[in-house]
Design a protein around this ligand. Structure first.
Ligand code: NAG
Ligand code: NAG
Ligand code: NAG
Ligand code: NAG
Ligand code: NAG
Ligand code: NAG
Ligand code: NAG
Ligand code: NAG
Ligand code: NAG
Length: 485
């Protein structure tokens, strides 16, 4: 028999613990500055944590059945105690809590708060595995895309005898009816690290910048999913920015970085062309007159350009369908629809040259000698990786005398500019997807190809897939090696 005082003491400890623990509810996000919580009983729970301010607290959980009378779990261990590690302010744990459990926080500074989500279904917080996408910038504008929030479209190939290819002047399919709620966060890049949590990014700790002039749903091609496209204005020239997307209040995609061009950059953005859905970059055309936010789209692009593009694509489609598409096969892997899609993409990068400028921090960022036989643009040692060797972008200065307005007979800029060459892969994928009788040929590095295409970035110089110095056309740090359209 215990003395009454001791009994009293035990019951006091019991009740004080029970009182200070906040009960977390299932499938709800709780924001708190408290340090002790009880977890509801479930056979399988996913606990997600998101720090809302810069701090380094530690989070401990226990699923012990005796949790009601136990001390809070902590760094000293104990029955069934685990620590949830946080990275960039985010942490998650999935496990069994058949009779509930306890979550305890150590070292949470006064005033700091965090979110905890308890779910028996999909996690309530998430770092989305696909990044936002940078379209392009001028000195004070940018085109940004969210991550894709749908899978790539599954378009059934047309079938014989009704083998119909998309029209040259094609239109976009209907957008999804209930897209997620997305919020774009853009801030000037600084040395302070940003947490990848929505409650941090949407707090006063992050000073957002620029103005979202417009946003709309856009599909960059049948092999991409739907994204939100944002037009940003009011940015500062030659500045490095960081962007995130918050989805449905608790999920985060990003960060990506991008640079604005210098104040003297003279090209104009183009976007929203249904017949060239991935053409969202700067074009060597002066700004259209009398516009507050200068940008070209399908209704303002000079008709000489769109008529030529659609004419060439119509004629190509006509030649292509002289082949018995869908009945005879020129390849077991690809059909006429793949050929038309790749040709469209290539044609768009050819008819719409992309304007850029050497990075201000590295003005020698030019292809050293693109007309040299056998050289790739990516730099003198194509086997080196970006981290240990400077990689050059596929930049080509276009003097006035060589403006594409002469070559294509189109109204492009008559002043000199720097072109970002198309990636050679835009050409080789046409070559691979199209029937040989069309006679489509790509240049090679052995014959001066690097003066018209970027070689060696995505595929290796010998054509080995993804064997190039970067493996991609652009990266999340704001580097763009060549134009994939
Ligand atoms: C606590 O979780 C661990 C691992 O998730 C599990 O092996 C153990 O059985 C759980 N304890 C109880 C009391 O359910
Ligand atoms: C985005 O596209 C990729 C493939 O390109 C796909 O794996 C991913 O599931 C898509 N995202 C969503 C949310 O559907
Ligand atoms: C042929 O296919 C197109 C598009 O797939 C469709 O719009 C059209 O109705 C079809 N025509 C016939 C005769 O089936
Ligand atoms: C988006 O937000 C609106 C109102 O803020 C809400 O009604 C809607 O359910 C949300 N959509 C999703 C997919 O969460
Ligand atoms: C914004 O988008 C809407 C609809 O897409 C369009 O009507 C409007 O002209 C756009 N505004 C600008 C400044 O681009
Ligand atoms: C950001 O915070 C404000 C209140 O401070 C809130 O109204 C808004 O919904 C939050 N946005 C997101 C994306 O969480
Ligand atoms: C393409 O189609 C749009 C309407 O869908 C039309 O306004 C435009 O003139 C067409 N462009 C050409 C070059 O035929
Ligand atoms: C398309 O083909 C027709 C007939 O062969 C030709 O007159 C026209 O110039 C071609 N259009 C383009 C843009 O090449
Ligand atoms: C932008 O800033 C980030 C972070 O400091 C850096 O990693 C990146 O290289 C910068 N991008 C450019 C193109 O300078």
């Amino acid at each position: 028999m215990l003395p009454t005082t001791l009994l009293l003491l035990i019951s006091l400890v019991l009740s004080s613990n029970a009182q200070t623990r906040t009960a977390l509810s299932l499938n709800t996000v709780t924001r708190s500055s408290q340090t002790s919580f009880s977890i509801p009983g479930q056979d399988k729970l996913t606990i997600t944590l998101a720090l809302c301010s810069s701090a380094s607290p530690r989070f401990f959980i226990s699923n012990s059945t005796n949790n009601a009378i136990e001390r809070d779990p902590g760094p000293d261990g104990g029955e069934d105690v685990r620590e949830i590690d946080l990275k960039d302010g985010f942490g998650s744990w999935t496990g069994a809590f058949p009779s509930g459990g306890v979550l305890a926080v150590e070292g949470l500074p006064p005033g700091a708060s965090f979110e905890v989500g308890i779910s028996n279904d999909s996690p309530l917080h998430e770092i989305i595995s696909t990044d936002p996408l940078f379209g392009d910038s001028t000195s004070n504008q940018a085109i940004l895309f969210s991550h894709n929030f749908t899978n790539p479209l599954l378009i059934a190939s047309p079938q014989y005898p009704n083998y119909t290819l998309p029209a040259a002047n094609s239109s976009l399919p209907d957008p999804p009816s209930s897209p997620p709620n997305l919020t774009l966060i853009v801030t000037q890049t600084s040395s302070t690290s940003l947490l990848r949590t929505a409650c941090f990014l949407n707090s006063s700790a992050v000073s957002t910048t620029g103005a979202i002039v417009n946003s709309s749903l856009w599909l960059r091609g049948p092999q991409d999913g739907w994204r939100t496209e944002y037009l940003l204005g009011g940015l500062t020239p030659s500045t490095n920015y960081t962007a995130f997307i918050i989805q449905d209040s608790h999920k985060v995609s990003g960060p990506i970085n991008f640079l604005t061009k210098s104040a003297s950059f003279a090209c104009t953005l183009i976007h929203a062309l249904p017949f060239c859905p991935s053409t969202t970059y700067a074009l060597p055309l002066p700004a259209p007159p009398n516009t507050e936010f200068p940008i070209y789209d399908a209704s303002t692009i000079p008709t000489e350009i769109s008529t030529q593009l659609i004419g060439v694509l119509s004629n190509f489609t006509t030649s292509l369908t002289t082949f018995a598409c869908g009945r005879d096969w020129y390849s077991p892997l690809v059909g006429c629809d793949d050929c038309q899609r790749e040709y469209r993409k290539w044609l768009c990068t050819t008819i719409f040259p992309r304007c850029t400028e050497p990075s201000p921090s590295n003005p020698t960022f030019l292809t050293p000698n693109p007309s040299s036989i056998g050289l790739t643009n990516a730099g003198p040692t194509p086997t080196s990786t970006p981290s240990n060797q400077q990689v050059f972008s596929a930049l080509l200065p276009i003097p006035t005398s060589q403006s594409p307005s002469d070559r294509l007979n189109l109204p492009y800029m008559s002043s000199p500019y720097t072109q970002l060459l198309p990636c050679i892969e835009t050409c080789t994928s046409v070559d691979r997807a199209c029937p040989p009788f069309l006679g489509f040929r790509c240049p090679s590095v052995m014959f001066n190809g690097a003066s018209s295409y970027g070689f060696g970035y995505i595929d290796g110089a010998e054509g080995d897939e993804r064997g190039g110095v970067a493996g991609v056309a652009q990266d999340r740090w704001g580097n763009i090696w060549c134009n994939t359209g």
